[in-house]
Design a protein around this ligand. Sequence first.
Ligand SMILES: Cc1ncc(COP(=O)(O)O)c(C=O)c1O
Length: 422
Amino acid sequence: MNWGELDRKHVWHPFTQEKTEPAPFIVESAKDASLYLEGGNSLLDCNSSWWVNVHGHGHPKIQEAINEQFAKVDHVIFAGATHHKAIELADRVTTLLPSDLEKVFFSDNGSTAVEVALKMAIQFWHNQGIVKKKILAMRGAYHGDTFGAMSAGERDYFNVPFEDYFFSVDFIDFPEEKNEMQVLEMADEYFSGGEFATLIVEPLIQGSAGMRMYSGFFLDRLVEMARSYGVLVIFDEVMTAWGRTGKMFALDHLRQNPDIICLSKGLTGGVLPLGLTVTTDKIYNAFWQNEKHRAMLHGHSYTGNPLACAAACASLELFKHENTWEKIERICQLNFNFSQELQEKNYPIQVRTLGTILAIEIKIDTQGYFSKIRDEAYAFFLKNGLLIRPLGNVIFINPPYCLTEKEHYFIFDKLRQFLLLL
Ligand SMILES: Cc1ncc(COP(=O)(O)O)c(C=O)c1O
């Protein structure tokens, strides 16, 4: 069987210009931080397969949990029915989160977790007969590819064809160190009109924008301000949760908490699709009414899928074992040391780290997602045994936590080799 030919014939891949990009490599198996390819080569999964895989591929504890769950309940409708693993997961997640985040709404992925959050925030006001309809987001944001998530995201090449269909959202600038005060003033001006239902942000780091980091000091001030105006705050932690920033959640670095948090990606250990939108009793209570139409009338066929919930419970349990936090700490430290090393060199780069994420922004003429350095870097690393999928001119790693020290140093070596070519 020629799998490559068959793939070309029938499969349409995401985020891919199929006419010009090379054929995809075929992964035959995956274990820990490695992907084993048809033809015998292997790659280190330096971006955790779209930032989802936290404990490594093929973890036996997650496999066992899925198998056990399959033997009990494979899938079941989640309206009018519930099941043990969804309940256990809701309990585990709310125990990890700040105490007022108590109510868990299930969906399938990061985009739907965001859609649910936006709908929750809008309907919260609507159910009380209060007219607050505006949404504030941050320039450069990425919240997913569904229409609500796109509306709250940066308007760029990705969504130009759809712009006319987006709902209106206002944006504050990205808070660089120099302009934090101006951005806060901008937010204050928006909020002071009293029309804003909600503010949505990726806390501390904008992922798809190129792993752009901003200060917790700024975010605390922004959240505090939003709350003082009665604006609901949504943290999109689809990328930042589950240890990525060095703590369980990005909010663990902050003094202020959101009213709603969106979770997905590494939630199941990166094994099955699942999204959670977690909120407060205050928001939940605005839907707790006698009229049926005031309920959260939203759901998906696979909402609360028991296999995904079982994988998520097993993944959360793993954070208590196998020295997971020591591994995270080691990755953070090695990334930080390497960033210091690079800063002392004369490369045309800007390097930044947050937790297990290391990002190297290459200063070249053609910046942005379609920068040509992106294709060169991607090809270079593939040839050298690394799956690193740069975001335009930003090369970054956010590996699974099982990455060994030896593998980590191997990645650094290859990064050095690439930078020497610049
Ligand atoms: C911050 C953030 N929100 C939402 C999403 C969308 O998640 P999904 O791809 O699972 O729909 C992503 C995906 O990269 C993300 O980084």
